[in-house]
Design a protein around this ligand. Structure first.
Ligand SMILES: *Cc1c(COP(=O)(O)O)cnc(C)c1O
Length: 223
């Protein structure tokens, strides 16, 4: 637990002002989250609905949760109103369902659109072309209870730093193309979530506003 505290404090010293740190606590017990909470961490990321729903009631109410994993459509309803941000919207079908469930619940849900650029890695998410097409077709205008706040992405899982940097550049690029297109009239489309334990410094150099760090804080996950 002391390690968790030290790791959080060290990271906070390293991550520049203005970049949010999501402490990715998936597969780690509530006690470890409490240790991070004790040194001031309030933002945590989880990737499985069941695990998130088990943790929320046993932890302080002022924790903000980001959902970062693949969200199955049949589980959307369970997390609406409970998370500050769904970072992993990977299909139009999921987005429309989040909107419908948010409307029923009378809440506005904040989301990020997941972009996949690391070809062999993630099967989930929009390609940059698909994402651009979604916005160009102005489909977002049909959403009543969902606020698209930006994009989320991952780099290839490789030691090749140049490849990782190129992936982050591609994510930041598609973000900027959409964010700077005034004809879209987007409001509050200003978040780029990218970078994990092994590559967050490169992500920050390439324009990340949110980094998602798990093992550097909590140690390796036993799965
Ligand atoms: C698990 C996970 C992370 C954190 O990974 P680490 O390498 O442990 O920092 C970040 N983002 C997503 C989407 C994840 O699933």
């Amino acid at each position: 637990m002391e390690n968790v505290k030290l790791n959080i404090q060290r990271l906070r010293d390293e991550i520049p002002e203005g970049v949010e740190l999501v402490a990715v606590s998936k597969f780690h017990p509530a006690e470890m989250i409490e240790a991070a909470y004790e040194v001031g961490q309030r933002l945590f990321g989880e990737s499985r609905v069941q695990e998130l729903l088990q943790k929320i009631p046993v932890l302080p109410a002022d924790i903000k949760w980001h959902f970062i994993g693949h969200l199955q459509t049949n589980k959307v309803k369970q997390i609406i109103g409970k998370v500050a941000l769904i970072e992993s919207v990977d299909s139009e079908k999921l987005l429309n369902l989040i909107d419908a469930e948010s409307r029923k619940a009378g809440v506005v849900t904040r989301v990020l659109m997941q972009v996949h650029v690391a070809k062999e890695e993630t099967k989930f998410g929009f390609s940059p072309e698909e994402l651009l097409e979604y916005f160009k077709a102005r489909k977002f205008e049909a959403l009543t209870n969902t606020h698209i706040c930006g994009v989320m992405g991952m780099a290839s899982n490789t030691d090749d730093e140049e490849r990782v940097r190129a992936d982050f550049k591609a994510i930041a690029d598609i973000y900027r193309t959409i964010a700077t297109d005034e004809s879209l009239g987007l409001r509050g489309f200003d978040q780029v979530s990218m970078g994990m334990s092994g590559d967050w410094p490169i992500a920050v150099e390439e324009g990340a506003t949110i980094v998602r760090v798990g093992s550097t804080i909590f140690g390796s996950r036993g799965y």
